[in-house]
Ligand binder design. Sequence first.
Ligand SMILES: *[C@@H]1O[C@H](CO)[C@@H](O)[C@H](O)[C@H]1NC(C)=O
Ligand SMILES: *[C@@H]1O[C@H](CO)[C@@H](O)[C@H](O)[C@H]1NC(C)=O
Ligand SMILES: *[C@@H]1O[C@H](CO)[C@@H](O)[C@H](O)[C@H]1NC(C)=O
Ligand SMILES: *[C@@H]1O[C@H](CO)[C@@H](O)[C@H](O)[C@H]1NC(C)=O
Ligand SMILES: *[C@@H]1O[C@H](CO)[C@@H](O)[C@H](O)[C@H]1NC(C)=O
Ligand SMILES: *[C@@H]1O[C@H](CO)[C@@H](O)[C@H](O)[C@H]1NC(C)=O
Ligand SMILES: *[C@@H]1O[C@H](CO)[C@@H](O)[C@H](O)[C@H]1NC(C)=O
Ligand SMILES: *[C@@H]1O[C@H](CO)[C@@H](O)[C@H](O)[C@H]1NC(C)=O
Length: 865
Amino acid sequence: MDLNRICLLGIFLFISSVNSFPQVGQATSLVTPSSGKPVDNNSSEEPKEQAVPVLPKIYEMRVDANVTNRFARCQITSKVKNLDKKAQEATFSIIIPEQAYISGFIMEIDGKQYEAYVQEKEQAKETYKNAVHSGQAAAHVSVSARDSNRFTVSVNVEPQKKAIFYLKYEELLARQNERYELVINIHPGQPVKQLDVQVNIDESRPLKFVKAPALRSGNEIGKNDDKLSPNAEINHINKTAAVVKFSPDVEKQKQYATDLGTNAENGLAGQFIVQYDVERDPQGGEVLVEGGYFVHFFSPSDLTSLPKQVIFILDTSGSMDGIRITQLKEAMKSILSELKPIDVFSIVEFGSNVKVWNIEKSAVQYRSGFDTWGLNEEQAEEAKHLTEQPIPAPYTASEENIKKAEGVVDQLKAYGGTDIDSALKTGLQIVKKNHEDKKHQPIIVFLTDGEATVGITDTDKITRTVSELNTGKTPIFSLSFGDGADREFLQKISLKNQGFARHIYEAADASLQLQEFYKQISSPLLSNVTFKYASNVTELTRTEFPILFHGRELVVSGQIIDPGFSPSSVEGWSINGPVKLTPVIQNSVGNLERVWAYLSLKQLLEKRDAADDKEAKEGLTQEALRIALKYSFVSDVTSLVVVKPNQTDAVDTEDGSHNDRRYPIIASGFPLSAIASSKKGKPQILSAAASGYYSAPIAPLSPGSSGGGYGGNGGAFGWGVMESIEEDDTYGDRIVGGNSGSKLFIRPSTTYPSTSATASAVAPVEPQPVPIPQSELERLKEKLPWLATILSDDGTIKISAGKFNLGLNETISTQPECPKSPSNAPGTCTLINKCPQIFTQLTDLHVYEKYFCDIQGFAGVCCPK
Ligand SMILES: *[C@@H]1O[C@H](CO)[C@@H](O)[C@H](O)[C@H]1NC(C)=O
Ligand SMILES: *[C@@H]1O[C@H](CO)[C@@H](O)[C@H](O)[C@H]1NC(C)=O
Ligand SMILES: *[C@@H]1O[C@H](CO)[C@@H](O)[C@H](O)[C@H]1NC(C)=O
Ligand SMILES: *[C@@H]1O[C@H](CO)[C@@H](O)[C@H](O)[C@H]1NC(C)=O
Ligand SMILES: *[C@@H]1O[C@H](CO)[C@@H](O)[C@H](O)[C@H]1NC(C)=O
Ligand SMILES: *[C@@H]1O[C@H](CO)[C@@H](O)[C@H](O)[C@H]1NC(C)=O
Ligand SMILES: *[C@@H]1O[C@H](CO)[C@@H](O)[C@H](O)[C@H]1NC(C)=O
Ligand SMILES: *[C@@H]1O[C@H](CO)[C@@H](O)[C@H](O)[C@H]1NC(C)=O
């Protein structure tokens, strides 16, 4: 092995493929010094100098975007100089929209260019998924920007040398709220002397308007604050083209930072937005044709909304208690008030059991199961009685009913487990009840903040049975509320059921987020929309859509075989019955091939995510891979590799730290702040933690081993599985990591100790589950002997409400109210071990079940205040 070479590779690269990750403290910094946060206190030499390194300076940052045919190609250029006397690690960290694909990356170090290339990634490990599943999120996690991914690369820069990074990404702008929106994240981490953003719009249709609204933090709904207006320069070149420029100077950047509520010294950290729309063809949309490809944009402007039947299925399990249910109630009231008198609706509530409300009587009419928890005898008797009632049919959204429904919303109470399966099945039964009524477009809005804990808890099984039962193809729109929800599952069940899933971030504006989401699906214009093309076309993207909503747009693309191409029609069901619309043909501005490739890849990956059987999944993966590789899109099936050969010099070599050296291997941006250290030559990961989650002790990074951090569930990632260290002739050693499929390439840092020469291929090590402190468990088992009978090895207990983790290693700050504690008064739901004062009363399982409550998915007990 060419040791020299391994030692001198100093790059890793990580592309996240999952949206909205939690973030570690430094992740907002674009440039961080490697010695920014000393890990040990024992470094005897010159602690002062270490403490105040001169940050590598970004002296110029540019964002260029070309938008043509609604397709945006962006390039970010960042120029950095190391002003320190030592080599330093510069980290280039960029936030890109969730829907965008990175398509190129070049870095130029000391005048030499290194270009990244896209490569197939290995199959993500099943263990990763499991790890994510068991890693229940406990604390609030702040996110650097919602609905986005982060790209991070770190590189050593020698003293007084420069590094330039170029990142390209592409995205088809999705029309929402009657406009296209290009979001540009600007997070340099420091004020930048020369900061320029330029957006060139060159469309095929006349521009209706071009706007640059107030800057956004990315973590809350835009406030349209005058102070945050970018005062961008907008030049209309002609009817179809415009240029938008934004170049705040250092003072202005600091001012914006302050106004956005961030630290001025860290420079601007926010989103610059450009919005526009084009003139519409009122009929069947526009078909752009160019170079053997076509793209059909369809967004008819003069249709009346269809009447709809909305079934709200709302999670009111224990974990919703507190601010969540308050926000949900607030949102529901606003949403209800927007229903139109021609609409019908139902409110279904679920915890450990499912309740359907009789709106007119403002009372629960149907109740599945009879979990009598929290009820007195009389109420329990009544509850049993209710199960015999038929499920009520939907109610018309008359003024009077809406008022009553608001009263129902007020009565929602959070407690119990989470029976997702029964809740969805009940929702579908209500749809069926209304089936003869072809007039109303059914829509299921399903909100949950947790994982299934009661009834059927196998998410694949729920997905399968619910999809089978959904014979009427009612779209199911899922909302995952907070980090505890199983986002992957919700995404899948919605994709399989003609809907989509959205995440509601836990924040002060959660109620607004819910309302914003509802707005997008509140006006169905057409149902069963089918695009038909008479002539010989091939490689078509999706052509059938269950619903077209007001303000949005449907897009179909394909390849043209027959030169005499002519689209024929778009068919659908409108308020006046079937309609058949004819599109117009339009010349495209520029190339359409990448638009087609983008759409095809996106849809293939969605199909793959929704697919059940392995073979179909594999086939779709291969197809997606082919397109991703051909068009250089970094996606779930590909990853980006940069190899920078023969880099010399080291980070802090002269610092001479003795036993515990810190290796700046790992990612900021990767939500794992993992720090490697060598103890007597053995590299070791000291800690790897997704912020807000566990800080998991990691198996030593004995050459070729596992690393990891504990991540949240629900799609946010956090398992930095380093599967193996591979010996690779071309790139030297690399540590291969999986993260929801992306591969994490880690080049050992420059000062990797020579003993790492033993880092040859070693069998992958399974990530270890987070150990539960044994002593705590033993103590608990001693006090509560009955626990042993229901306890499994992984620290979960099985009770009638489902399977719950004891959460011994958890700190849960929220203390939801619960109606009855052993002292016969209301109490607060608390982890069992945190309520030792009632241990003597918890004599057996039966008693415990009486006082059980679900606290953010953990086994809680109603603890006297
Ligand atoms: C370093 O010092 C700080 C403050 O004195 C202390 O909290 C921390 O535990 C120390 N860390 C180590 C690794 O000794
Ligand atoms: C720092 O030094 C103390 C005393 O020598 C030792 O106990 C401790 O483990 C050291 N900490 C680290 C992080 O090496
Ligand atoms: C935008 O278009 C111009 C002119 O065609 C081109 O020079 C530039 O490289 C493009 N920028 C991006 C980011 O594609
Ligand atoms: C409008 O300007 C753009 C950009 O300069 C150019 O590409 C396009 O051809 C122009 N369109 C018309 C109709 O002049
Ligand atoms: C949807 O439309 C297509 C063609 O327009 C038609 O064949 C199909 O039966 C329709 N499906 C439903 C459920 O109405
Ligand atoms: C479409 O083109 C293919 C290949 O050129 C040909 O085999 C097929 O017969 C054509 N189909 C129609 C309907 O024209
Ligand atoms: C890297 O180093 C090796 C051996 O020192 C040398 O043969 C090779 O040409 C170098 N490659 C580059 C790109 O500088
Ligand atoms: C979980 O337990 C481990 C081992 O005792 C401990 O190191 C870690 O800090 C604990 N994590 C939390 C979040 O309490």
